[in-house]
Design a protein around this ligand. Structure first.
Ligand code: PLP
Length: 484
């Protein structure tokens, strides 16, 4: 029997295109998380062509492929001109998570080398991105979480100061935070870190590129970059408001002496001498090339005009939300990210309404990202605004109005009390795979059920579970999506 011919090029591409049909749209301004659409004609094609031109170049070795060093120096120089200080140094990475991981590793190794710290601690506002907890987990550090101000959702400098110990290796502030889009008091936090002789990282992953252009467009924006005394490193994602394709971020350090702690070198094996600035070894230079091309194509004036569109979308959205009874914006959004909670009859945030509202909006073709309660911080829906969403604000507000009316009269999304009672008896650390799978099936997330149309019952259950159990079940669920 001859083996069947593989499909020809058009069929292969058609198969791929078909797989995207169930995905949320990445262009067109209806998906309010994960994607950043500048709505600039031809930019996607430019990024794709630039990727293709460097797809097979290995960025592992810039002595063999000198173009890699040139591209990276250009990209980092543009970012440093935007947010850096004289003498600062940086690295191009695959995304915010990698930039954060590297900044934390740098701080850990710096504290080891200069202060002899062995069991390091990471001081984080409660609103710091989960990537810092991941970094602490990977790098053997203890995260010390500091509650944020319960009215502004901003980091609390006095509480941060009290959390510092001789083992602190890094203090973090966000510009802005992902969850609520508010700016932490960077100047105060950096000053207290400097006073204690501790490094300070500004997580400007989402806002770092946008904020200076918002300022140029006329908004008042406080300083938050490496020019602020005490700030020693900063992360900024180009695959967010830089509008590069996914896989593009930069981490900056105040000088090369600090950045040196980020590098890994190994000459004690029989293969080639290894120097890896980042986590990966072999990696495509395509991601770097597409980011370079997008930055080359868009001038500062272009980015300023795009920032003005985001600001306009934000202003109109906030005005519209303020006029809607039963919705409340959390904190003061500073850079295109808005967190809005839905209130119940008593005026307090109401989880069930929040979750139903997300489902109702999804049924109307919008993706708003549900965020569960955390400590004193209420459950809410997160919206990332982009230039493409600017044209959609009025339609969004109209659908929010009807969706909210529906959400409020639906039966409350509350977890089955038998399930929460059962869950309370489970120890996440000794739960077997079978037990975890049984709970998921009971919750409607069993194998072969696909993603539920309505997430409210699932998220309401998750909300009721203790954190560790939540994490265990989420792990099991995502694992079940990757069973072959
Ligand atoms: C997006 C983001 C990150 C993590 O970045 P990824 O690109 O998703 O890996 C970290 N911090 C903040 C504030 C972010 O918005």
């Amino acid at each position: 029997m001859p083996t069947p011919e593989p499909p020809a090029r058009p069929e292969v591409l058609k198969e791929l295109a078909a797989l995207r049909e169930a995905d949320a749209p990445t262009r067109g301004g209806r998906t309010f998380a994960y994607v950043y659409d500048p709505a600039v004609e031809g930019l996607d094609a430019l990024a794709a062509d630039a990727y293709r031109a460097f797809a097979d170049v290995n960025a592992l070795d810039m002595t063999v492929f000198p173009s890699v060093a040139r591209l990276e120096n250009d990209v980092v120089a543009r970012v440093a001109a935007h947010l850096g200080a004289p003498g600062c140094q940086g690295t191009f990475t695959s995304g915010g998570t990698e930039s954060v991981l590297l900044a934390v590793k740098t701080a850990r190794d710096h504290a080891r080398a200069t202060r002899g710290v062995r069991a390091g601690e990471l001081v984080l506002p409660a609103t710091a991105h989960a990537a810092f907890h991941k970094a602490a987990h990977y790098l053997g550090l203890t995260p010390v979480t500091v509650p944020v101000d319960k009215d502004t959702y901003r980091a609390d400098p006095a509480a941060t100061a009290r959390a510092l110990t001789p083992d602190t290796v890094l203090v973090v502030a966000s510009a802005p935070s992902y969850a609520h889009g508010v700016l932490d008091p960077v100047t105060e936090i950096a000053a207290l870190a400097a006073g204690a002789g501790v490094l300070c990282h500004v997580d400007a992953c989402v806002g770092g590129w946008l904020l200076p252009f918002l300022r140029r467009a006329g908004r008042e924006v406080p300083d938050f970059g490496l020019t602020v005394p005490g700030v020693t490193s900063l992360s900024v994602d180009l695959h967010k408001y830089g509008y590069a394709d996914k896989g593009a971020s930069v981490v900056l350090y105040r000088d090369s002496a600090l950045r040196r702690h980020q590098y890994f070198a190994h000459a004690d094996w029989p293969g080639y001498p290894v120097v890896n600035p980042t986590v990966q070894g072999t990696k495509s230079a395509g991601l770097l090339a597409q980011a370079w091309a997008v930055l080359r194509r868009l001038t500062d004036d272009d980015y300023t005009a795009l920032a003005a569109r985001v600001a306009d979308a934000e202003t109109r959205l906030l005005t519209g939300l303020a006029a809607l009874d039963g919705l409340r914006v959390l904190g003061a959004p500073a850079a295109g990210l808005v967190a809005v909670t839905a209130t119940g009859p008593d005026g307090a945030p109401d989880l069930s309404t929040v979750l139903h509202l997300a489902d109702e909006m999804r049924a109307r073709g919008w993706y708003l990202q549900p965020q569960l309660a955390h400590g004193l911080l209420p459950p809410n829906l997160h919206l990332t605004l982009t230039p493409a969403t600017a044209d959609r604000v009025d339609a969004l507000l109209a659908d929010l109005t009807t969706a909210l009316a529906t959400a409020r009269v639906l039966p409350p999304a509350t977890p089955d009390p038998r399930l929460t009672a059962l869950a309370a008896t489970l120890d996440p650390d000794s739960l077997t795979d079978e037990e975890a799978a049984a709970v998921l099936t009971y919750a409607g997330l069993g194998p072969d059920t696909g993603t539920p149309d309505r997430m409210a019952p699932v998220l309401a259950l998750l909300d009721a579970l203790p954190t560790r159990l939540k994490e265990r079940l989420l792990t099991e669920y995502i694992g079940s999506l990757f069973q072959i």
